[in-house]
Design a protein. Structure first.
Length: 304
């Protein structure tokens, strides 16, 4: 009788499911957990939370567990830099809610540590994954140089966001909106006009100065075209969330009114994180631009 031969196809360990621990169960952490429940790439490795009834593990046990390859950090902003550092030191891939750090030097130090540890450090900016943002980006690319315009963001406010030991410096609160503009239109310089932050409300007004160089047909030199965008972020309790962007470009006018839709952006971000880990996929936005923005925001102080 012929002997039955069974051959197993080699398993690519890099493509196996990753065990991910979630650190912090605020609104972002809960959204991350929900996305994880339907993921085909990750298994839940544990939940770290100050609320004992929700936690399944401690931070120390998570770091020492060799089965947990990744952590998602969704704590208060002020804890991000230290938790990211500790996770990387323990050879974990890290997904961190923005902001990563409050100075370019510290953020760069963390990226350098990730490189040294041969691990992925991914800072989420899920708004940049939305279909609405990507469609606007395509349209704006065709309009050429910015001349002038305005960007308004309004939304709710909680007193705890005014506390530096919770949210970090006030200037980082509009980071996501400013990075969105940078993703559309490239780099700018922030010329602060007003920054007010207290338990009742938040207001940040600034001029964003864009400097693009375009070839001059009459000269081998270049001429400098400067565009200015007025930026306003206004927050107070109960204020309905909305964004509006309108601008004049060299090739026409553009108006964008954000229409939020349930797109599963946390799930998209988690999927992207997985492909960065397993395939070396680049980040969906420029991390260099994020570092430049971090440097500018770290120098802006609130009005007294």
């Amino acid at each position: 009788m012929k002997k039955l031969s069974i051959r197993f196809k080699p398993v690519n360990a890099r493509k196996m499911k990753q065990k991910l621990a979630i650190v912090g169960l605020g609104s972002a952490g809960r959204s991350r957990l929900k996305a994880l429940e339907t993921s085909s790439h990750f298994d839940l490795g544990g939940i770290v939370s100050r609320r004992a009834e929700l936690a399944t593990s401690s931070w120390e046990k998570t770091l020492s567990d060799p089965q947990i390859s990744c952590v998602a950090i969704s704590t208060e902003n002020s804890l991000h830099p230290q938790l990211v550092k500790e996770a990387l030191q323990h050879k974990k891939h890290v997904l961190c809610d923005y902001p990563l750090a409050f100075s370019m030097e510290k953020a760069k130090e963390l990226f350098d540590l990730a490189k040294k540890s041969k691990k992925i450090l991914h800072v989420e900016h899920i708004a940049l994954l939305s279909n609405d943002h990507q469609m606007a980006k395509t349209s704006l690319f065709q309009l050429g140089t910015l001349k002038e315009g305005s960007y308004l963001f309004e939304g709710g406010w909680q007193p705890k966001w005014a506390k530096k030991d919770f949210a970090g410096p006030e200037s980082f609160i509009p980071e996501a909106r400013l990075l969105q503009i940078m993703d559309w239109l490239e780099n700018f310089e922030i010329q602060k006009q007003k920054l007010i932050c207290n338990e009742k409300n938040f207001l940040f007004e600034a001029k964003l100065i864009f400097s693009q160089r375009r070839a001059n047909q009459d000269s081998p030199l270049h001429k400098k075209n400067e565009g200015i965008l007025s930026f306003t972020e206004k927050r107070q309790a109960g204020l309905e969330r909305r964004r509006n962007f309108r601008a004049h470009f060299e090739n026409g006018d553009y108006e964008w009114k954000y229409q939020p839709t349930p797109e599963g952006l946390f799930a998209r971000d988690l999927e992207h994180f997985y492909h960065r880990i397993t395939n070396g996929t680049p980040c969906y936005y420029s991390e260099k631009n994020m570092l430049k923005l971090t440097e500018q925001l770290s120098q802006i102080k609130a009005d007294k």
